[in-house]
Design a protein around this ligand. Sequence first.
Ligand SMILES: C[S@@+](CC[C@H](N)C(=O)[O-])C[C@H]1O[C@@H](n2cnc3c(N)ncnc32)[C@H](O)[C@@H]1O
Length: 253
Amino acid sequence: MTDEINMRESWNLISPHYQKKHQISADFVHYGPHCPNEDQLQLIGDVRGKHILEIGCGGGQCSIAFAKRGAIAAGIDLSDAQIEFARKSAQKEGVEATFSQGNIEDLSAVPDASQDVVFSAFALHYVKDITHCLAEVRRVLVPGGLLVFSLDHPFWDCLADDSMKIVRSYHNCSPWVWDWGEFKDIGVCATMRSFHRKVGEWFRLLREAGLQVLEILEPEPVESGSGQDWSNYYSPQRQRMVPANIIWKARKP
Ligand SMILES: C[S@@+](CC[C@H](N)C(=O)[O-])C[C@H]1O[C@@H](n2cnc3c(N)ncnc32)[C@H](O)[C@@H]1O
């Protein structure tokens, strides 16, 4: 049943409305709604001359922000519409960053040990074969290279959108099929599938992929700097009680 969901089509459908509504800044490398950005957190630090691959890059805002800071940035995303948006944005901003369509479960277009950093914001929870994806990340990283990624915090996943009520068990790791209902009023609705993985499960997956976890961050919300305003879904008030974002920093030994 869940395999019938075509995530490429779903994101193609949502993308133009999502990008128009959210106006995500390409000036900052963001980690999530009301979450401190990379300039504030410095998890990656100086990126000048570094090869950075963004997996699940969406509209490419973070890749463009990395390129603005001197990185050799490339992004991959499943959605053709997101990639088209990313390419146009890079052109508009006068920034060099390359974007390609693809499923990040398979990074075979990327050479072994070619990337100093693999980065991802709010995308890896959509990936079904995460074991293969992480093995690919390890393959493309240079020794000592970093994987830095953010996700919805798995505990936040358990809360209702409009209250602090727990509506789903933290322990329930079955695939989650849901409607992106944000644009229903204009007749646009796409079915999505995401994977809730507990903190301990992510730790195990990273370790088994041969990556060493260096840091896990569960930031408190900031008023500005996240590059995103999603107050309807991620109210700062609720985020002061429970973290909405989790950020992982891991290293290829
Ligand atoms: C919530 S958006 C985040 C996009 C971007 N990282 C950002 O922060 O704005 C999630 C993105 O993940 C992409 N995605 C989902 N599954 C994917 C997969 N298996 N391979 C590549 N991209 C995927 C979607 O197409 C979508 O653009």
